[in-house]
Design a protein around this ligand. Structure first.
Ligand SMILES: [Zn+2]
Ligand SMILES: [Zn+2]
Length: 263
């Protein structure tokens, strides 16, 4: 059993809770400690049961509340060596924090957390595969990646729940307010995953046992929840998969209003 809840999801802040009945972890703290505290309270999670904060990478939309939240609640911070070094260089992680470089699977809070490399313009980004205490139920977090590297795809294949980036609609991005350099960065292999690229990944996942999809990290300028959702549902229909029969899908809200999903 796993309890999964996106707390915040957008370019203005990302954070996810994963746990079971005894404990859990956060992936990223991209909003203030105060907002994160409140959101955890809203979804019925006791902060004292959170045993680690795992970082995808050092960008501000994933770390802006990290320093205060980790110090206030005395929670250790885990990330790749590159991510931790980048945060120390920026003064986000200091002596008051416990930071632990994690490059292979670790057991924590009754869960097994496996880091997997992403492709993003940061020091050394990671996605995470989290296995519940039953040793079987798996959830994956794969955001902030310009494309889906084969190792990341093979790691998330077979995960029951996949929280995946569906960042932008390519046409909206190309005709939207972003300047050429920024567009180029987002569209590159070290940028963000588009709705179309996300839908292609879901086609593979639905044929390999995944049943719960959460579309995440939507751009507020270059996407809409409806476009992200319809692109994926249409893509899945192309391979004969029907919503509510073969899978369930939702779009993560910038600020969560739902209960945790239990898988
Ligand atoms: Zn980023
Ligand atoms: Zn991000």
């Amino acid at each position: 059993m796993l309890k999964f809840c996106p707390l915040f999801s957008s370019s203005s802040g990302n954070s996810v809770y994963i746990g079971d009945n005894s404990g859990g972890i956060l992936v990223d703290v991209g909003r203030s400690a105060k907002q994160t505290d409140l959101m955890l309270k809203n979804i019925g999670v006791d902060i004292d049961t959170i045993q680690g904060i795992f970082l995808t990478h050092e960008h501000t939309d994933h770390t802006s509340g990290l320093s205060v939240f980790a110090a206030k609640h005395k929670i250790p911070v885990y990330g790749s060596t590159g991510t931790l070094q980048a945060l120390k260089a920026k003064g986000v992680l200091t002596e008051k924090h416990i930071d632990i470089a994690v490059n292979s699977p670790i057991e924590i809070a009754g869960l097994c957390v496996k880091p997997v490399k992403t492709s993003h313009d940061c020091a050394d980004g990671r996605g995470y595969i989290v296995t519940g205490c039953d040793g079987v139920t798996k959830a994956a977090i794969a955001t902030d990646t310009g494309y889906m590297p084969p190792d990341l795809l093979s790691a998330i294949k077979g995960c029951k729940l996949v929280y995946i980036e569906s960042n932008h609609d390519i046409n909206m991005l190309k005709t939207g307010p972003y300047n050429y350099m920024l567009q180029k960065r987002i569209l590159s292999d070290i940028g963000h995953l588009s709705n179309d690229a996300c839908a292609d990944v879901l086609k593979t996942l639905v044929n390999n046992g995944s049943t719960h999809f959460i579309l995440a990290h939507l751009s507020q300028e270059n996407n809409t929840p409806h476009l992200a959702y319809t692109t994926s549902v249409k893509g899945l229909l192309d391979v004969g998969a029907m919503e509510n029969r073969d899978y369930i899908i939702k779009v993560a809200e910038p600020e969560n209003t739902d209960k945790p999903i239990i898988i």
